[in-house]
Design a protein around this ligand. Sequence first.
Ligand SMILES: *Cc1c(COP(=O)(O)O)cnc(C)c1O
Ligand SMILES: *[C@@H]1O[C@H](CO)[C@@H](O)[C@H](O)[C@H]1NC(C)=O
Ligand SMILES: *[C@@H]1O[C@H](CO)[C@@H](O)[C@H](O)[C@H]1NC(C)=O
Length: 470
Amino acid sequence: LRLSIPLNLLYVIEKVAEHLDCSPTSREVAEYFDQHDKLRHLRQEFLFPKVAELPPSDLSLVNGSEECIYFVGNSLGLQPKNVKKYIDEEIEKWAKTGAHGHTMGSQPWAWAENNLEDLMAKLVGAKAEEVALMNGLTVNLHLLMLAFYQPTAKRHKILLEDKAFPSDHYAVESQIRLRGFDPSTSMLLLKPREGEDTLRTEDIVSTIEREGHSIAVVMLSGVQYYTGQLFNMEAITKAGQAQGCYVGFDCAHAVGNAELRLHDWGVDFACWCTYKYVNSGAGGLAGAFVHEKHADTVKPALLGWWGHKLSTRFQMTNEMDLQPGVNGYRLSNQPVLLVCPLQASLEIFNQTSMKDLRKKSILLTGYLEYLIKHYYSRDESEPHKPYVHIITPSNPAERGCQLSLSFSLPIRAIFKELEKRGVACDMREPNVIRVAPVPLYNSFTDVHRFITVLETVLAASIVQSCPVSH
Ligand SMILES: *Cc1c(COP(=O)(O)O)cnc(C)c1O
Ligand SMILES: *[C@@H]1O[C@H](CO)[C@@H](O)[C@H](O)[C@H]1NC(C)=O
Ligand SMILES: *[C@@H]1O[C@H](CO)[C@@H](O)[C@H](O)[C@H]1NC(C)=O
């Protein structure tokens, strides 16, 4: 156990326990961490569902008036309290002033998103002019690929993960077909080594070195949605560009979760959604990044009036005066009702920094890992004791806040029992339960409560007597 937890983390947990004169697994340790958490006030900025409000909860088992254990911010972030207020302001303005709202009020709709790009850019480590908020994630991925994927007979491949998120897989597949190539020869898929769960950077880099001459675009995720692995984006970018490839990242699970430096790393392009760790609500406004080095060289393939320079956009000359860089990729005017929730969330991020959030995150997720390993490591001497295997890398530099757990028992039953007890997490086929303690709003006590619930659920009587479907 000692060796599989980062040592400084183990040291912190044990020191606190010693200081409190209690066991490292005691709830007092969690409470101590919460009291000393400089970011704990940020939880108050969000609406936390109550246990009773979650449909699967069973009130004969849990107290329905408690806040749920919300560990599914990797799928949909919680609602910031200001969302409703900001949306109300805009629909009120619409009701009272109609079309005048385009250019009037505190948030003129015609350039509503422009106020947010600074804040968004900070989150991804970019300059404001390298970031556009528009469309949905998969749409942005397509728009960027249309510009950056220029296959030739010699260089036509796209490198991606074997188990990339389905939408990314389909997007890449269809882009290849669109250009008249064959996905079976142009899609190069990265698989972990036999018996391993995650990809090694050295293997990604050596694949790029070996196949780079035929790769047009390296297109990986920043944080892998299934395993929770955080890729070494800097090393991958360097390796890809050294072979003449463009390198892009889908940062859906990385933004608001990991510290990103898209500009400094020289990443060519990136896209992300904002409804996961950035809490903008289902289908929220997505982001796109094009590095400034491509501002005048890599042109968008598809044009719309919103790509036209603002100063002359409304002169309606039908002669395109394209904005440089990512702003030229804009097509349509902005959906202000999607800008509102994103604004509410980014203002909360603006009260802290990714650096501080990461610091908390490493401790929070490390604490969860510590407790899981403490109670549920595989024990050869007790073959019938249930165990939990953490797929996500143990090295904090190789993960965000999410841990992907696989179990020695069937996960459907475990998942169902967790849900009944007010845990919001998610299950992903074939055999993973993902839990994401989010540093912006989760507490150490949430982690401790989760472990207590897990203990009840794994108590042989519950799970093993459940009818199980595989
Ligand atoms: C969440 C997620 C998506 C979802 O795509 P949308 O276009 O927002 O529906 C796509 N790719 C990845 C990697 C994701 O994590
Ligand atoms: C249930 O939880 C609420 C909110 O935390 C608390 O006030 C109440 O005392 C709890 N009820 C019981 C029976 O524990
Ligand atoms: C972000 O925070 C800074 C202070 O830290 C403040 O000056 C600025 O107005 C904030 N920006 C927004 C858009 O809220």
